[in-house]
Design a protein around this ligand. Structure first.
Ligand code: GLV
Ligand code: MN
Ligand code: MN
Length: 432
């Protein structure tokens, strides 16, 4: 394990820990990342799927939002919730100006049955990084802000990074308000229930103008850092990705009275398409294509489905290749549906092009965090949306299982503390 970078002149060594005194003090102060994570470990547990289910504005995510407000208040941070539901906790620089902010943070919502760290680690480490900086006696010359973005996963309303997309104008308020969750509740209704106002959401140039830089810490969601043998890394890029809804339409009918010949079974059309998705993805080096969610209508054991909705996630470094893959899938899905006497439609739900983070900033972050390696990721993040508006960078913390969006996602305590100190170093570098 490498020693985190420390401020100049603090190099005396501490034989008991193997770290310099200052680094040892930083790691001590960074312990709050562990207590913060432990304090939320029972919120939103999913007893059926395992892991956590914390859909945006559901009871678990709301409890986490309250937890965040309390943790921010304990640190004397001044929290504002903007009109898009993003929470911003300000640590003012002397002079109390809300501009040129060094913003960090992540999200608190999860995928269904997700891990404990995807999102919350970024929020907890941001709060703990402030503890580290205060323990150092650091006084920021630019404000440091911890942000919490709603609906990063898009697991409730279907569009990932909905909060940051609204903030930047990457999605129109009209489209966002009309999004529906699995129960038919619109985003507009969910927002109103939380005291938000549909007529106030949307691009917020004033808020964006106050962000000088955005740094998101996230648990790594693959094996990159395991293979590099490093606890902390810096993101170089985010793979382009998108979501499409496919709907197979057939003839609903009785499972017992309908002969096998001549059926128009929407489930068969969908199932054959799922297999084709994998085959088409394999034709394109580096492509990933997934169907992880499928909803038969009406959904009875003894009923031939009249319709099946299923969702496609496609990712590739070249956006043009992603488009080709989706078109091939659509064409093959239509052909397979026709063979079954069905029809197939495809609707785009969201697309995000490949993001290459600012190389200079990335390099600077790598140096500021003691020479952390740079690595790409296949996972989407609010940082990817914000990158088109403000200088943005990401830190990754090793995940020893290499598994994410699953209860098996993991982060070792020591790595969480090292990541927190690396984030503190990065914040100090920019806000000092
Ligand atoms: C979010 O984690 C995504 O990559 O879809
Ligand atoms: Mn995430
Ligand atoms: Mn995720």
């Amino acid at each position: 394990m490498k020693t985190p970078t420390t401020a100049e002149g603090r190099t005396a060594s501490d034989a008991s820990t193997g770290y310099s005194n200052s680094a040892s003090a930083d790691l001590g102060a960074a312990r709050t990342v562990l207590s913060l994570m432990r304090s939320i470990e029972d919120i939103g547990r999913d007893r059926a799927r395992g892991g956590y289910s914390r859909p945006v504005y559901g009871s678990a995510e709301l409890e986490l939002r309250s937890w965040f407000l309390e943790a921010a208040a304990q640190r004397d941070l001044d929290v504002e919730t903007d009109r898009n539901g993003i929470m911003w906790a300000w640590w003012y620089a002397p002079g109390k100006q809300r501009r040129d902010a060094v913003v960090t943070g992540s999200h608190l919502d999860s995928v269904p049955g997700g891990g404990a760290y995807d999102g919350p680690l970024g929020v907890a480490s941001s709060l703990a990084a402030i503890d580290v900086l205060r323990d150092r006696g650091f006084v920021p010359s630019r404000p440091i802000v911890v942000a919490v973005f709603p609906e990063e996963e898009g697991s409730r309303f279907g569009v990932a990074c909905l909060g940051s997309r609204l903030l930047t104008g990457a999605i129109s308020p009209e489209r966002a308000l009309a999004l529906r969750d699995g129960e038919g509740v619109t985003f507009a209704q969910a927002l109103t229930t939380q005291g938000g106002r549909g007529d106030r959401i949307g691009a917020d140039r004033d808020m964006l103008a106050r962000i000088g830089i955005f740094l998101e810490l996230h648990v790594e969601q693959g094996r990159g850092l395991i293979d590099l043998g490093a606890p902390v890394g810096v993101a170089s890029s985010i793979l382009g990705h998108g979501r499409w809804r496919l709907s197979a339409h057939g003839q609903g009918n009785h499972a017992g009275t309908t002969l096998m010949a001549g059926r128009q079974d929407a489930m068969v059309a969908a199932a054959r398409t799922v297999v084709a998705v994998r085959e088409i993805a394999l034709e394109h080096s580096g492509a990933r294509a997934t169907v992880g969610r499928l909803q038969p209508i009406p959904g009875g054991t003894n009923v031939i489905a009249s319709r099946v909705d299923f969702w496609l996630d496609v990712r590739h470094a070249e956006d043009a290749v992603t488009a080709v893959i989706v078109e091939k899938i659509h064409a093959e899905a239509r052909r397979l549906a026709a063979e079954e006497g069905c029809t197939m439609e495809l609707v785009e739900e969201s697309v995000s092009g490949t993001v290459h983070f600012d190389a200079t900033l990335g390099l600077e972050l790598s140096v500021a965090t003691g020479g952390s390696p740079m690595l790409p990721t296949g996972a989407g993040h609010d940082a990817g949306v914000l990158a088109s508006e403000v200088p943005t960078a990401m830190l990754f913390v090793r995940n020893p299982t290499g598994i994410s969006h699953s209860p098996e996602e993991l982060c070792e305590d020591d790595d969480a503390r090292l990541g927190t100190v690396a984030l503190a170093d990065a914040l100090a570098h920019h806000a000092g």
